[in-house]
Ligand binder design. Structure first.
Ligand code: CAA
Length: 257
């Protein structure tokens, strides 16, 4: 499948998706949103893919939703098309996905990174929610996911002022899992994704579900959910193989579906 606004490249069991609208710093227009969703859903259904990496350019992961596309819209236009609702389907991808962020991740770009399971940041990364400067607020989850990721105080400050946060601050506050030199970002992200993609896919997908439940459930319910799915994994061949491989001191050979 060929796309106009993204580039996809399969590396082993990893799908690398590069956002590719350099003329607009990878601003997320509807075409890009549709293509990214199509590629993600295809990867979700493909037993040959175990993990996704989403990246941009050296200058911009993505500079936000496309302002020029939105500028003339009315409330009724936005409401009747339920603008941005399709991003819920992207976020719902069941396979692990890593955001590899260099340069600007602003507005919808920061929100796209937050929809991924974790963020690897280049030392050049700059995160922010500058929508306030446009007279609006985040619309792709920033007011919700950013708070859950970095806490109310810092999220509130970033959103109310529109200031940008560098990679070191992003790592300090837990937005980024790690910071790496910009030149190593994509290789590091693909290597990390490859490690994940070669684990048990069932266990990785269940792991995501369990960790994401921490956003939704009270602690007691979350702990019960975790125990039940932990127990359920004892019905899988991967659990038998993983534990046998440990006891027999050999690498595990997990299922690829
Ligand atoms: N939408 C549309 N076009 C964009 C864009 C965006 N979000 N961001 C950058 N561009 C375009 C610019 O208009 C410019 O195009 P032209 O050459 O045709 O003029 C091109 O990309 C290069 O941008 P700049 O010349 O501005 O580059 P710079 O290096 O001087 O500045 C920047 C970089 C600081 C990121 C600046 O481009 C900028 O502030 N961009 C907008 C950031 C922003 O406000 N993002 C939030 C968008 S709203 C949103 O995302 C809502 C939501 O919650 C989903």
């Amino acid at each position: 499948m060929t796309y106009e606004t993204i580039i996809t490249e399969q590396r082993g069991r990893v799908l690398l998706i590069t956002l590719n609208r350099p003329e607009a710093l990878n601003a997320l227009n509807r075409k890009l949103a549709g293509e990214l969703l199509a590629a993600t859903q295809a990867a979700d259904a493909d037993p040959g893919i175990g993990c996704l990496v989403i990246t941009g350019s050296a200058k911009a992961f993505a500079a936000g939703a496309d302002i020029k596309e939105m500028q003339a819209q009315s409330f009724v236009d936005m409401h009747s098309s339920d603008w941005f609702a399709e991003w819920n389907h992207f976020a719902a991808c069941r396979k692990p996905k890593i955001a590899a962020v260099a340069g600007y991740a602003l507005g919808g770009g920061c929100e796209l990174a937050l929809m991924c399971d974790f963020i690897l940041a280049a030392d050049t990364a700059k995160f922010g929610q500058p929508e306030i400067k446009l007279g609006v607020i985040p619309g792709m989850g920033g007011s919700q996911r950013l708070v859950r990721s970095i806490g109310k105080s810092k999220a509130m400050e970033l959103c109310l002022t529109g200031r940008l946060m560098d990679a070191a601050e992003a790592e300090r506050c837990g937005l980024a899992s790690r910071v790496v030199p910009a030149a190593d970002l994509v290789e590091d992200a693909v290597k990390t994704a490859d490690t994940i993609a070669n684990m048990s896919l069932t266990a990785s997908m269940v792991m995501k579900e369990a960790i994401n439940q921490a956003y939704e459930l009270p602690l007691a319910s979350g702990l019960t959910f975790e125990r039940r799915v932990f127990q359920a994994l004892f019905s899988t061949e991967d659990q038998k193989e993983g534990m046998a491989a440990f006891v027999e001191k050999r690498p595990a050979q997990f299922n690829r579906r």
